[in-house]
Design a protein around this ligand. Structure first.
Ligand SMILES: Cc1cc2nc3c(=O)[nH]c(=O)nc-3n(C[C@H](O)[C@H](O)[C@H](O)COP(=O)(O)OP(=O)(O)OC[C@H]3O[C@@H](n4cnc5c(N)ncnc54)[C@H](O)[C@@H]3O)c2cc1C
Length: 338
């Protein structure tokens, strides 16, 4: 366990927002978490768990003790007839882990390539992309309770995964430190190719049965073309969740805005494209101070250089109000606002 004081968090959040952690503790194991819990001063202090900082908006300095999760390790745990069980430490970079699984010949995470952040941060919002969600490949995770110091292994029902959601955003938020995650990668492997962008690749290349490596390369190329690289332009990916509405609400909106982009879901509800709604309200390229709506994709807010958290949140609220005014839909931010 390594303790530091007065640490700038600017390099530790992909939006590049300025904030200082009064105390930052680097966590490399379950035992480190227990040391924090047992420490007379640290144990009592309120805490914030930090992964790769790719899904947070920092609006102020942090009086809480920041636990920066750096638990290492990647390994194949078990080879079953119907699946590989693969495990990674919560501090591992998510994309590096996806690449590792492919190198080992264990397929199934390729649609989730290039999502920033850590392995431990991934279950918190049940990351998803190109037709696959973390919950589709999840086996179990290890976590340490910040009150009792006890280590537990949790399976999917306790994690309560939902669309960009899990119990780690609710009753377990700030309470449970995820230290390791295990994935079940099914054998034989079946590619997930339903997404429009992937169908376009199939049409363009004539490759109707891509292998996992090619699918990984396609997903990386599609993402690089669509999303700003946080190293070049600070951002937190999609800033708002795509709202899910009833068929009646959707019909009502289509009556007024026939072109609205929407996707019917298996349960009868309909997902609306938040980016389309923001664009329809004329937000692309608009800014508040140094916080702006990305010119190429209205769902992404970016840092033009020296943005501060309050500018990002002022811009976000203005977008919410105008989308509500036109569509009657309240957009919900995807990142955690701190
Ligand atoms: C360019 C870009 C593209 C993105 N694309 C996608 C996408 O396609 N799909 C998608 O779902 N998301 C996407 N995201 C969002 C983000 O990458 C993911 O949500 C990622 O999993 C966050 O992980 P993190 O380690 O950075 O978490 P952080 O941002 O550090 O933390 C996020 C939340 O998780 C908690 N947390 C982090 N680590 C732990 C832990 N070990 N134990 C307990 N709680 C923890 C934090 O306290 C915080 O509440 C994108 C972000 C960017 C910048």
């Amino acid at each position: 366990m390594q303790i530091e004081s007065g640490v700038s968090l600017k390099p530790y959040n992909t939006f590049g927002l300025p904030a200082v952690a009064h105390t930052l503790v680097r966590i490399a194991s379950d035992a480190d978490v227990r040391r924090v819990v047992d420490d007379p001063k640290l144990g009592r202090a309120s805490k914030f768990i930090l992964g790769g900082g790719s899904n947070i908006i920092l609006t102020r300095d942090m009086p809480q003790v920041v636990l920066k999760i750096e638990v290492p390790g990647m390994r194949i745990v078990e080879e079953r007839a119907d699946a590989w069980i693969v495990e990674a430490g919560a501090g591992e970079n998510w994309h590096d882990f996806v690449a590792y699984t492919l190198e080992q010949g264990c397929f199934g995470l390729e649609n989730l390539a290039l999502i920033p952040g850590t392995v431990g941060g991934a279950p918190v919002q049940n990351i998803g992309a190109y037709g696959v969600e973390l919950k589709d490949r999840f086996e179990s995770l290890d976590a340490v309770d910040l009150v009792t110091g006890r280590s537990v292994t949790l399976r999917a029902p306790i994690c309560r995964f939902g669309y960009r959601d899990s119990e780690f955003k609710h009753s377990l938020a700030g309470r449970s430190v995820i230290t390791r995650v295990r994935f079940r990668l099914p054998r034989p492997w079946q590619p997930v190719l339903g997404y429009l962008d992937l169908q376009r690749r199939i049409a363009d290349t004539g490759i109707t049965a891509p292998d996992a490596r090619r699918l990984f390369d396609w997903v990386c190329a599609i993402r690089r073309a669509k999303l700003p690289d946080p190293a070049a332009l600070g951002n937190a990916g999609s800033f708002f969740k795509n709202p899910v509405v009833t068929p009646e609400q959707c019909r009502d909106i289509i009556g007024r805005d026939p072109e609205i982009v929407h996707y019917p879901l298996p349960d009868g509800t309909v997902k609306l494209a938040a980016g389309w709604m923001i664009d329809a309200c004329g937000w692309k390229g608009k800014s508040v101070g140094q916080a702006a709506v990305y010119e190429k994709q209205a769902l992404v807010l970016v840092n033009r250089g020296a943005a501060i958290g309050s500018e990002v949140m002022t811009l976000a609220r203005a977008i919410q109000e105008s989308v509500y005014g036109r569509f009657g839909i309240r957009l919900e931010p995807e990142p955690v606002v701190v």
